[in-house]
Write a protein of this length. Structure first.
Length: 95
């Protein structure tokens, strides 16, 4: 039964990123997103991936690895669209 909850959490984690990713791809607007927050999340997920591997926990490995990949996509889009918008890394527009 515990595996069911683990895989349910993993499944929900998969769809967590979808609305934001779709919005960024459609609008190219990343002005309200904090680059530093996404970088911190990326490093946190990387640490969790390593920890999960050391524990040999398949559910956590899968969830955190997918989260790390999705966060990498988010960071890539933020950097790509922020450069096009001429914004600084903290989300404030240059004046």
């Amino acid at each position: 039964m515990t595996q069911v909850f683990g895989w349910l959490g993993f499944s929900l984690f998969l769809v967590f990123y979808a609305p934001q990713t779709i919005r960024m791809l459609r609008t190219h607007d990343v002005s309200g997103l904090s680059l530093s927050a996404w970088v911190i999340l990326w490093f946190g997920l990387l640490a969790y991936v390593v920890y999960s591997i050391l524990l040999h926990n398949v559910v956590f490995i899968a969830g955190n690895a997918v989260g790390l990949a999705q966060t990498s996509v988010q960071l890539g889009l933020i950097l790509k669209y922020r450069k096009k918008q001429g914004a600084t890394t903290d989300g404030n527009s240059k004046r």
